[in-house]
Design a protein around this ligand. Sequence first.
Ligand SMILES: [Zn+2]
Length: 437
Amino acid sequence: MQDENKLASHVEDIKRALNTDLSEEQIKDEIEIYTEKYGVPLGNAKRSIIKKYGGDPQSVSKGVEKKIEDITSDEKGLAVKGRIVSINSKEIEKDGETSQMRYGILGDDTGTIQMNLWKMTPELEQGDTVKMENTYTNEWQGEAQLQVGDRSTIEKIEDDEVPSHFNQLNVDDIRKDMNGVVLSGRVMSVEEKTFTTDDGEEKSLFSGILADKTGKIQFTAWHDFGLNEGDVIEVQGGYSNEFRGMPQFAFSDNANVNKLPEDELPSKEELEKISTRVKSIGELAERGSGIDVAVEAVMIDIKDGSGLIFRCPECKRVIQKGACRVHGKVEGQADLRVKGVLDDESGALTVIMNRELTEDVLGYDLEKAMEIAKDEMNQAVIKDDIEDVLMAQSVTAKGNVSTDDYGVMLIANDIEMNQVDVEKEAEMILDEIQEVR
Ligand SMILES: [Zn+2]
């Protein structure tokens, strides 16, 4: 037996397809005759009834049901089951007439999708589970967008027909250009920034760092969700983009942001420790980025451009023979840095150490370095000193990892020499490199 609710929606389908004054009772009777007396499947019965009364049977064709991740941007007659992540309504003007529409995000266990509902019934709220049939999709900002039009049906279904957990990602799963992301994390820091829109309107955004057990990520909220440092939040319907070679997580007022219980994640201090646990370079290279990560690796090369260098006072580029590539002949500003290559057998990356870290390694400061270079009449001696300390040395380097055209790079904010006896291991790695060459 069909339950009453479902039957009602089928009756509605037929009524809409026929556009006659056949009553709901008459339609119900017809359905019963076809399905129970003749044993015809419901879909066929509906089409037969519509045909019998002069309607277009194709108009109730429900199409194929798909999971959200399988939906492409040119579907027709699409059926989809999901949970309402967010829903809002707005007024739109078309041909001088105003009407209401609804928009939001629908999710299932495989992902989420933006949707436009061109009908105002049934009433829907966040968390409702629905089946929508005879919908279609088009492309919006490079993604499929679900359109629920006049000829589509929206049916509320039992809560357990859609898993309550969407395609939940971890921080270290986030890559650039993802959409419909569901992510939970603890707000490690958050700060309000104001900006001016193209219309000259002053607006606020909120940016900071979000962390879970797998890592940290920068985030930007384009709406005031009342986020506080330490909050554990779940964001449904976020997206990602790229900022300085690292993926960044973002969400607007279209997203659904819930505060979760405090104990859903380890404390801020714990997460801080977890995120700086040593990771393999192979893993970081695969991911392409990481905030406040640590690697344990052997320094296998100190590149040219390490040691005492001079920078253009205008653009900070390293200058060659007193001339900047952009600004020509300039009075260079002295600086110290290391550009090295770290290898942990799972992979290699370029490590950049700033003046402070380089001074620590050298055991003398920039002034002293300039003195030494002057005495020796050779600025390369500083690079030699760096090599003496760092080459074939196992170090633990901490900092931010990003990827650009030149590969994976770690901008270090801390370098520690590992005291363990690794000379042999280092020699082996260097031997291997020699062999490869
Ligand atoms: Zn310059």
